[in-house]
Design a protein around this ligand. Structure first.
Ligand code: PLP
Length: 562
């Protein structure tokens, strides 16, 4: 074990009479029936303690990210594919094994030094609320397996809808518990939210009409035929999430028809380019139909927000479905200081928000919202034994069938945190990212590549001398130097990750050839409230030291060599 990492001894469970490890009716009964005696209750509590504190202590003492161990070696431990005929272990042993053998080699995403991805520490109460969801085990596909929980879900959906769309009190009174309308839905994550939004957009565009039963029923070939359409197109900036292309594939429009629009110098969709693309389509391919335009509120790679109002104007003028992918940025609406960054989101026909991102919920939870309460009728399904017309069954308008009551977690979290609690998290992320950008700018050997708008930024290591020479280099020299830098920064990210003390991620930004072509950059996402500028400075120190020692030759770029 690495220095500083304390091995956590699993707490000894309360002594129970030793029982044989066998599967029979007696043992089955014991695991399905709540323990009756005081001592057996105490045992169950101890097990929970082990998870809550055994694991927590491990994470606390183990400030690093993960134990250094190769993936090949780890995979060798999991080669046995036979299921034991008889029980192998007791719960206490399984928990101890998970803490000892699995947790150290998993990734400590709670560490304030883990600033590379959109996954981070979650508030402690989330574990309790998750346990409650598992214990109650409701299935919100239908009222008959969830009853009041479906109503809680509708209430939570209305609360977030209201945060986005700010409709009237009367509007929410009418729709909050209506069996005939849906303000949105809980889904698996941002991917499924985007898919659901585009599914609705597709079915509304290729709706039933006289002589045609609609695309959902009759399929794409007949739909294109009925409407005289050559293809359907989705337009999104080149920083769009790849789930949109997946949706293009699943929905049958083809992932190639999810078209990337270039971005401007601030990483926002280039409106002039977008308008030009639309004009060209109208002129050269009048049978092509734009199914949706997507604005991004917080791109995955740079955290930037598209000009939502301008996009809304354009979509309104052309009668095109306007979807906003706010999987990441949505909760910025909680912040009094920064909600304006998302101005225009209230004009979207549909909005994606991820629960497991900036709502700090445990994996996995996403949501999709619709401005119009009837929009989701376009994807409604009924079955004889559930989801009957006119019932409140949430499964009627949902891609998923059986589904966990994750809304209960958000229901609790909103009460515990309040708007202000979430706003504090958002403000901290945005302001710490701005401070990080300053720290990077102050170091001559680093280059800030994208300035943070929300709480994501990108940068790279590029020795000061090289930066200076690049400013007067020829385009060819710039291209060559950039290739070196790309390789060297790739190595830098890998070395730091493998050392296991801290973590930033890496991505490749598209850039014109005049600037040296695609750039490999280090990407940092600041969402852990325990991450502060001191920690970020340490991360830069570690990177700088790696570059000046182990990676010295990788960064020795000679511009003149051919
Ligand atoms: C994370 C993300 C998604 C995908 O969400 P998942 O929960 O990973 O499926 C989509 N869009 C954006 C902008 C995201 O940041």
């Amino acid at each position: 074990m690495k220095q500083g990492a304390k091995k956590i001894e699993p707490k000894k469970p309360v002594q129970e009479p030793a029982r044989e490890l066998v599967a029979n009716r007696e043992t089955l009964k014991r695991i399905f029936i709540m323990r009756e005696s005081d001592s057996s209750r105490a045992t169950l509590v101890k097990y929970m303690e082990q998870i809550l504190f055994g694991l927590h202590e491990f994470l606390m003492h183990h400030v690093g990210i993960t134990e250094e161990r190769s993936l090949v070696e780890l995979s060798r431990r999991f080669m046995d594919s036979a299921i034991n005929p008889e029980p192998e272990k007791r719960l206490a042993e399984v928990i101890a094994e998970l803490i000892d053998e699995i947790a150290p080699y998993a990734v400590n995403v709670s560490s304030p030094y883990f600033v590379g991805h959109m996954t981070s520490a979650i508030p402690f109460f989330m574990v309790h609320l998750s346990t409650f969801v598992a214990a109650l085990n409701q299935n919100v596909v239908k009222i008959e397996t969830s009853k009041v929980v479906s109503m809680v879900e509708k209430q939570v959906l209305a609360k977030i809808h209201r945060m986005i769309y700010k409709r009237s009190q009367k509007f929410y009174n009418r729709h909050i518990q209506s069996a005939y309308t849906s303000l949105g839905g809980f889904v698996e994550g941002g991917t499924q939210a985007n898919l659901t939004a585009l599914w609705v957009a597709r079915n509304r565009l290729l709706a039933p009409k006289s002589g045609f039963a609609g695309v959902e029923q009759s399929g794409m070939a007949q739909a294109y035929n009925a409407y005289g359409i050559s293809r359907c197109i989705v337009l999104v900036s080149q920083l769009g999430h790849y789930s949109l292309r997946k949706s293009g594939g699943v929905l049958g429009i083809g992932s190639d028809n999810v078209i990337s629009v270039p971005t401007d110098a601030d990483n926002r969709i280039d409106m002039a380019c977008l308008k030009k693309i639309i004009a060209c389509l109208e002129k050269d391919e009048p049978a092509a139909r734009i199914m949706a335009i997507v604005g991004i509120a917080g791109t995955t790679e740079t955290g930037t927000v598209d000009p939502l109002n301008e996009l809304a104007d354009l979509c309104h003028e052309k009668a095109i479905h306007f979807h906003v992918d706010a999987a990441w940025g949505g909760p910025a609406l909680f912040s009094e200081k920064y909600a304006d960054l998302l101005s225009g989101i209230e004009r979207a026909d549909s909005v994606t928000i991820d629960g497991h991102k900036q709502f700090y919920m445990p994996m996995s939870c996403g949501m999709v919202y619709f401005k119009e309460p009837k929009a989701m009728d376009a994807i409604a399904y009924h079955a004889a034994y559930v989801n009957r017309p006119g019932s409140v069954d949430l499964g009627i308008r949902s891609l998923a069938g059986s589904r966990a009551a994750n809304s209960l977690i958000l229901h609790g979290a909103l009460k515990i945190m309040g708007k202000r609690g979430y706003a504090l998290l958002i403000d901290h992320g945005i302001e710490t990212a701005a401070a990080f950008a300053e720290l990077i700018s102050e170091r001559p050997d680093f280059q800030l590549m994208t300035r943070p708008e929300l709480n994501i930024l990108t940068y790279r290591y590029c020795p000061a001398q090289l930066q200076k020479r690049l400013s007067t280099a020829t385009p060819a020299e710039r291209m060559r130097a950039n290739q070196f830098l790309n390789r060297a920064n790739t190595l830098l990210q890998r070395h730091q990750r493998e050392a296991g003390k801290s973590f930033v991620s890496r991505t490749t930004l598209r850039r014109p050839e005049s600037e040296g072509g695609p750039a490999v950059v280090l990407r940092s996402v600041i969402m852990n409230p325990m991450t502060h500028p001191g920690i970020l400075n340490e991360i830069l120190d570690e990177q700088e030291s790696l570059c000046k020692t182990r990676l010295k030759s990788a960064f020795a770029v000679d511009l003149s060599s051919s």
